[in-house]
Design a protein around this ligand. Structure first.
Ligand code: ADP
Ligand code: MG
Length: 261
């Protein structure tokens, strides 16, 4: 397959091999890691590489099992069953990616369980249909353990059904290449931003909940690449997204100025 059509993803360890083997062996996969570190891009890349259609669902606290499996909808006076994204992925032998799965309602795990053991089935309660997942179907879920919400962590009975991969921000050299490739800003101008991110990530937990993500670095570099002055770009892409507290923002700006010199 030509590399040109694949969403760009720079591997940082053996994650691509693991993903491919999990897919071949029909094992569901759990990705853990902070926001903006490359999980979604990784799944998009792997789905394209394996030539499977991707169905991505961003989970939220109102998301129910029916949102995933489907429901009867009124169409021209008739009620017609309409597949949800999970059902479509199972029928098509695609990859279903449930982003931030812990956010979803509890009843979602009920539909995931029979799909994530050796039965590999999706029972549709409302229609009575039981769909057997074809070998090409794969379930991938992600969550961010950093939020430290005890009420919203995965139950052992759910998490122990998945192969799990831990993601983190890429090592410095890789992050420089990624941010340069994504933003078009030359690597020598990206380097100080990545150094800055490394330092700010070490401050995580003190005033800021989460470290500067790779995504924010891409945003910042894109603004710089478009000609936005450094201070404005840092404020808009790093400082403001990290905090709402005037004191914290002031402290961050001081740290940034000190680090960048
Ligand atoms: N290894 C990587 N290769 C290519 N791009 C990456 C990589 N890691 C992060 N990125 C960049 O960071 C952005 C955010 O990553 P994303 O996959 O959306 O994060 P997550 O899903 O973990 O929140 C991507 O849009 C991409 O520009
Ligand atoms: Mg994501």
């Amino acid at each position: 397959m030509s590399g040109d059509q694949l969403p760009f993803y720079l591997p940082t360890a053996d994650e691509c091999v693991l993903f491919e083997q999990a897919w071949r062996r029909r094992l569901p996969l759990l990705l853990k890691g902070p926001t903006g570190c490359g999980k979604t891009r990784f799944v998009a890349h792997m789905a394209a590489r394996l030539g499977r259609p991707l169905y991505t669902v961003s989970c939220h606290d109102d998301l129910t099992a029916a949102d995933l499996t489907g429901r009867y909808l009124l169409k021209g006076g008739e009620t017609v069953w309409t597949d949800g994204p999970l059902t479509r992925a199972v029928r098509d032998g695609g990859i279903c990616y449930l982003d931030e799965v812990v956010e979803a309602r509890k009843d979602v795990t009920v539909v995931l369980h029979p799909l994530t053991d050796d039965r590999r089935i999706l029972p549709l309660e409302r229609t009575g249909e039981v769909i057997e997942a074809p070998p090409e179907f794969m379930l991938v879920v992600s969550y961010n353990p950093g939020y430290q919400n005890i009420l919203k962590s995965l139950k052992p009975s759910t998490r122990q059904r998945f192969i799990a991969l831990e993601f983190d921000f890429p090592p410095m050299d890789a992050e420089i290449r990624i941010v340069a490739a994504e933003s078009g800003l030359p690597e020598e101008r990206v380097k100080p931003l990545v150094l800055l991110a490394e330092r700010l990530r070490r401050m995580k937990g003190q005033d800021i909940e989460e470290g500067v993500s790779t995504r924010l670095l891409v945003y910042c570099a894109s603004l710089l690449s478009a000609g936005i002055p450094l201070t404005a770009a840092l404020r808009a892409a790093i400082i403001e997204p990290l905090s709402d507290e005037p004191d914290v923002k002031h402290g961050l700006m001081e740290a940034v100025t000190a680090i960048l010199g």
